[in-house]
Design a protein around this ligand. Structure first.
Ligand SMILES: N[C@@H](CCC(=O)N[C@@H](CS)C(=O)NCC(=O)O)C(=O)O
Length: 287
C-alpha cells in the first residue's frame, strides 16, 4: 500500500489533533477559494472492518499517498479523547487532511469520507461522475442506500447471529432476511448493468462502499446462492489492483474465507468479539 502504518502513540496523535481542533475553530468561517489540488496530507484511522476497508480501497484506487493508524477497536481506542476529537461518534473510519488553503479538515462517516476524497482528488472522474450528471446523483443514491440500509441491517444481522448472548430467532430472521432482500436489490441492479458495476460504465464509490459488506455476507449468515450477478461483481471489483490491495489495510482481509466455514466454526470465531460487544453494551447502558 501507499499508506505507511504509523507507529504514532496516542499522545503524539492527541497533540496533532489538539492543534487540528484549535485550527478548526479559528478557520471555521473561512471558505477556501482555491481549486481542488492533488497534494495530500491524508491520515486514515481504521481497522479491518467493512466500513474501514471502503476508505483504504478508495485511497489505493486513487493512487493517493496516506498514513495509516490502526485502531484496536477491541481495546476501545476509538473511545479515547484524542480519537473523539477526530470522530465525536467514536467509530472507525476517520480521516484527517489539509485543505488547499492550509487549514486542517477532519472527516468521519465512511460515506462522507468517500465523497470528500472523490470531490477533491478524483478530478479526472476515474471513480466518479461530474457533479450535476444523472450518474453523479445515481452514485449518491446507492451510497446513501449502503449507508442507511445495507450497512446497518447487516450490522444487526451480525449482532443477532454472532454477538447476542442468546439466540433470538426473531431478530436473526428479521435482519438476515432484510439483508438478503437488499442483496437481491443489488443483484437486480447488476443484472441490468452492461458494465457489471452499479452505476454506468465504471467502478465507483457506490461499488466500493458495498463491497466489504457483501464480502462479509457469510459472517452475517446470509445465503449467497442464486445471486449470480452479485457474486460475479464480488470478483470483478477485486480485478482492480487498488481494491485488492486496499482491502488488506490495516491487516489481512479474511472475510471471503468464511464462505467455506461451518456455522460452528463461525460461531467459535465470534466468541472474543461477542465478549467485547457485551461488555461495551453493559457500559453504555450505565451512562
Ligand atoms: N456509519 C459509520 C459506521 C462506523 C462503525 O460502526 N464502525 C465500526 C467498525 S465497522 C466501529 O468503529 N465499531 C467500534 C465500536 O462500536 O465501538 C460509518 O460508515 O463510518
Amino acid at each position: 500500500m501507499n499508506g505507511d502504518l504509523e507507529n504514532s502513540t496516542p499522545l503524539q496523535s492527541m497533540q496533532r489533533i489538539a492543534l487540528l481542533g484549535s485550527h478548526l475553530t479559528s478557520t471555521r468561517n473561512k471558505p477556501s477559494h482555491k481549486m481542488a489540488e492533488t497534494k495530500s496530507d491524508i491520515h486514515l484511522y481504521t481497522a479491518q472492518t467493512p466500513n474501514g476497508i471502503k476508505v483504504s480501497m478508495l485511497l489505493e484506487e486513487l493512487g493517493l499517498p496516506y498514513k495509516v493508524t490502526a485502531i484496536e477497536i477491541s481495546k476501545n481506542t476509538q473511545k479515547e479523547p484524542w480519537f473523539l476529537d477526530i470522530n465525536p461518534n467514536g467509530r472507525i473510519p476517520a480521516l484527517t487532511d489539509t485543505l488547499p488553503d492550509g487549514s486542517p479538515v477532519r472527516l468521519f462517516e465512511s460515506g462522507s469520507i468517500m465523497q470528500y476524497l472523490v470531490d477533491r482528488y478524483d478530478t479526472e472522474h476515474k471513480l466518479s461522475y461530474p457533479r450535476g450528471t444523472a450518474e453523479y446523483y445515481e452514485v449518491n443514491s446507492w451510497l446513501f442506500w449502503q449507508m442507511g440500509g445495507l450497512g446497518p441491517m447487516q450490522g444487526q444481522a451480525n449482532h443477532f447471529a454472532r454477538y447476542a448472548p442468546e439466540k433470538i430467532q426473531y431478530g436473526i430472521d428479521r435482519y438476515q432476511n432484510e439483508t438478503r432482500r437488499l442483496y437481491r436489490v443489488m443483484d437486480t441492479q447488476l443484472s441490468k448493468s452492461t458494465s457489471g458495476y452499479l452505476v454506468g460504465d465504471r467502478l465507483t464509490i457506490a461499488d466500493i462502499a458495498c463491497w466489504g459488506w457483501v464480502a462479509a455476507g457469510s459472517w452475517a449468515g446470509i445465503r449467497m446462492d442464486g445471486l449470480d450477478h452479485l457474486n460475479a461483481w464480488l470478483d470483478k471489483v477485486l480485478t482492480h489492483p487498488g481494491c485488492e490491495k486496499g482491502r488488506h489495510v490495516p491487516s489481512r482481509h479474511t472475510m471471503l474465507d468464511n464462505r467455506n466455514k461451518t456455522e460452528e466454526e463461525l460461531d467459535k470465531a465470534a466468541q472474543k468479539t461477542r465478549a467485547w460487544v457485551q461488555q461495551g453494551m453493559k457500559e453504555d447502558a450505565k451512562k
